[in-house]
Design a protein around this ligand. Structure first.
Ligand code: SF4
Ligand code: SF4
Length: 212
């Protein structure tokens, strides 16, 4: 089981500086979702004239199904400056890959809960870190795509062919992030102050502290 919680109202408002298309994934039984809160916030964005369309569906982590469901609203998505996604981190990563040229923003943080994690054959991985970085990394998770889970840039160990120094068979996650941001003309987002992951938000860390 995973849980998602909405990012702050201010954070979501800043992601909707232009016109947005909204994608909700409310259907997965393995993910707890703050549906009512999300609907209220989306109503405010619509009333402010920001929303060009909404798609509410399930299992957006399945790339084949997702491609089919995006066929209908693709014209509206093209009109939007960005796509706001209300789902767990896996759904946002899947969409970022399918809509590679478009900024795709996570509106939720994904939190770990113990127990059954679902049966969907997932293409992308979310470490359920509790503080989603995908909006700064072109929709590629730095926690799972980088062997060292670095959140503030590459370690310098990338080999010349773009492979990771820890796992030579794996593409360096940070090379992928930089290439994705370059292609979207958004490399500037990495100029933000040093990102540090607050491990206090991790459920495992909280549980360890409580047991001390
Ligand atoms: S940064 Fe990665 S691990 Fe953290 S919530 Fe986002 S997708 Fe999940
Ligand atoms: S080479 Fe790339 S993926 Fe590997 S640890 Fe360094 S930054 Fe992370």
């Amino acid at each position: 089981m995973l849980m998602t919680k909405l990012k702050s109202r201010e954070a979501i408002a800043s992601l909707a500086s232009g016109k947005v298309f909204i994608i909700n994934c409310f259907g997965c039984k393995e993910v707890g979702f703050p549906e009512e809160e999300a609907k209220a916030l989306q109503k405010e964005l619509a009333e402010a004239g920001k929303v060009v369309g909404v798609l509410t569906t399930d299992y957006i982590c399945n790339p084949d199904e997702l491609a089919l469901r995006l066929r209908g609203p693709m014209a509206q998505i093209s009109e939007a400056d960005a796509v706001l996604v209300f789902s767990c981190g896996v759904g946002v990563q899947t969409l970022s890959e399918v809509l590679e040229d478009k900024p795709v923003y996570a509106c939720c943080d994904t939190i770990e809960l113990p127990g059954f994690q679902g049966v969907t054959p997932l293409e992308y991985d979310c470490g359920q870190c509790g503080e989603c970085f995908l909006n700064l990394t072109g929709g590629i998770c730095p926690i799972t795509a980088c062997s060292k889970s670095l959140v503030n840039g590459p370690c310098g160990g990338t080999s010349h062919n773009g492979k990771c120094e820890v796992c030579p068979d794996m593409d360096c996650g940070w090379e992928r992030i930089i290439e994705r941001l370059k292609a979207q003309g958004r490399l500037d987002v990495l100029k933000c102050p040093t990102q540090l992951h607050d491990f206090n938000t991790d459920e495992a860390t909280k549980a360890a502290k409580e047991s001390e």
